[in-house]
Write a protein that binds this ligand. Structure first.
Ligand SMILES: [Zn+2]
Length: 214
């Protein structure tokens, strides 16, 4: 699951109310933003395993601090509380917290049973939709298309071209992930996954009000 997470962020954005699209994207992808950092520090591990599921070459061996259910709740709480501290927007905080959990639920549907319940549990879950490529791809792309369309229609933002470019970029990255050869090594995946922070900045740029010239 990649663009499906962003789809949930796009679908959650209501007109011009806060939180911003950048915050929505941060929330839906928080677990996948933390994961490559923990991998680079050697705290979490995965290996390249062509055919691990039909849609991914990655074998997620150990990632309880970014991707267990308990960790998802902790990150959700931290983001929600942090947002409330700065904005006093309780509705927005609850929404962002829920979006963090949405990542785990979508991963639960797509991953094979590799998602731990907690760092202290051996139980791993996953319904393995990644082994049904046609259904998975159609559902995810459809969800993303609807999310992008509704956001484009309902939000009042100036940088339409930049938004369409971001949508196209995410689609291309998604298709490359699905159809490309296995990545060369673990570190290449971890470093490139860190580039996802740029997508958050990009979303911030899209909604930034052009500064008024005097
Ligand atoms: Zn994930």
């Amino acid at each position: 699951m990649f663009i499906g997470h962003f789809a949930v962020g796009l679908l959650s954005k209501k007109n011009d109310q806060l939180p911003s699209l950048a915050m929505m994207f941060l929330a839906v992808q928080l677990l996948d933003l933390i994961w490559p950092i923990l991998v680079l520090f050697g705290i979490e591990t995965f290996s390249i395993d062509p055919g691990n599921t039909k849609l991914t070459h990655l074998n997620f061996e150990f990632y309880p601090y970014s991707h267990s259910l308990l960790a998802a709740f902790v990150w959700s709480l931290l983001l929600g509380a942090g947002y409330f501290l700065f904005t006093k927007n309780s509705k927005g905080s609850l929404l962002l917290g829920g979006l963090v959990i949405s990542h785990w639920i979508l991963d639960l549907i797509t991953h094979r049973p590799d998602l731990p319940l907690s760092p202290f549990s051996e139980t791993r879950m996953g319904f393995g939709l990644w082994n049904y490529p046609v259904i998975e791809i159609v559902l995810e792309v459809l969800l993303f298309g609807v999310g992008a369309f509704l956001y484009y229609k309902s939000s009042n933002f100036k940088r339409k071209k930049s938004f369409l470019l971001l949508i196209a970029f995410l689609l291309v990255v998604h298709l490359m992930n699905l159809s490309g050869p296995p990545p060369p090594n673990v570190m290449a995946v971890a470093w490139s996954a860190n580039l996802m922070w740029l997508i958050i900045l990009w979303a911030g740029w899209i909604e930034k009000k052009p500064s008024q010239s005097t």
